[in-house]
Design a binder for this molecule. Structure first.
Ligand code: HEM
Length: 288
């Protein structure tokens, strides 16, 4: 809720956004995926999934920003050189998924929902784009820096920053000063009280879309862990002959289910159970 202002002075949009999203920010920090991440409990598999989701999210966000870069509802916040993450994410995905990453990068349901909302906003309500840019870019310039260090250590990555370009902003010398500039640009946007309220609501939605995404990733990771007994995992890994496998029921960008060795485990269990039942019935019939 917004703080009441003395003498009915309107609160700056930047402050209103910070206040209004305090609660959902805490919720985001406490999402299981994020809590584990902060404890250094992040696996290559989990990290690859989150990077893949971020790729789709930023692709949509930055497409919509480009569409609206000359629209006064967004122009003051247009900082492609300093902020845009697509080139960095493309580098990172090539590192994590290999040269054919565009064909294999996972695309989960919650990511699709987020992407859908970004396109809706960019096309139909561009005055709300500020809420999405704020949520992602100011977040990346704040907590994102801590997450980079944690990932580097937990995943044993080279200090050269390979695989972590997303977290680096080479054109921003001082993140604190840049955030101040960004806030003052947000405060310069002209908007009616109705639109301002919608922007605030949209920022909360943006946080919730992120939380939903983390919850889904955590669910996928937990399901996989459940589906695999340690012996199964070792056997399948040997057969797959691979360091890291993508184990999730996710789709490729073209919408085709991604082949996943581990997602076949329940099927194998079914086939075995069915064979056992058939054998039992056959033996029963034979005995009669
Ligand atoms: C482990 C998870 C996270 C940690 C540790 C974290 C930490 C932080 C910290 C320390 C700040 C700076 C606060 C300040 O300068 O007053 C911040 C700001 C921010 N964070 Fe996070 N954060 C996390 C997750 C997220 C997520 C998931 C989002 C949204 C997708 C997000 C969005 C933001 C935004 C928009 C700000 C700027 C607030 C403002 O100054 O208006 N954060 N975060």
């Amino acid at each position: 809720m917004e703080r009441p202002q003395p003498d009915s002075m309107p609160q700056d949009l930047s402050e209103a956004l910070k206040d209004a999203t305090k609660e959902v920010h805490t919720q985001a920090e406490n999402a299981e995926f994020m809590r584990n991440f902060q404890k250094g409990q992040v696996t290559r598999e989990g990290f690859k999934l989150v990077m893949a989701s971020l790729f789709h999210v930023y692709k949509a966000l930055e497409e919509e920003i480009e569409r609206n870069k000359e629209n006064p509802v967004y122009t003051p916040l247009y900082f492609p050189e300093e902020l845009h993450r697509m080139p960095a994410l493309e580098q990172d995905l090539a590192f994590w998924f290999g040269p054919r990453w565009r064909e294999t990068v996972p695309y989960t349901q919650a990511t699709r929902l987020y992407v859908q909302r970004l396109h809706e906003v960019g096309r139909r309500e561009p005055e709300l784009l500020v809420a999405h840019a704020y949520t992602r870019y100011l977040g990346d310039l704040s907590g994102g820096q801590v997450l980079k260090k944690i990932a580097q250590k937990a995943l044993d990555l080279p200090s050269s920053g390979e695989g972590l370009a997303f977290f680096t902003f080479p054109s921003i010398a001082n993140a604190t000063k840049f955030k101040q500039l960004y806030r003052s640009r947000m405060n310069s946007l002209e908007m009616t009280p109705e639109v301002r309220q919608k922007v605030i609501e949209e920022a909360k939605t943006a946080f919730l879309l992120n939380i939903q995404l983390f919850e889904e990733l955590q669910e996928l990771l937990s399901q996989k862990a459940e589906d695999q007994s340690p012996s199964q995992t070792a056997g399948l890994r040997r057969r797959a002959g691979s360091r890291t496998q993508d184990l999730t029921p996710v789709e490729t960008p073209r919408g085709k289910p991604q082949p996943s060795v581990f997602s076949q485990a329940p099927l194998i269990r079914w086939v075995l159970t069915l064979s056992f039942l058939v054998a039992t019935v056959a033996m029963g019939l034979y005995a009669m």
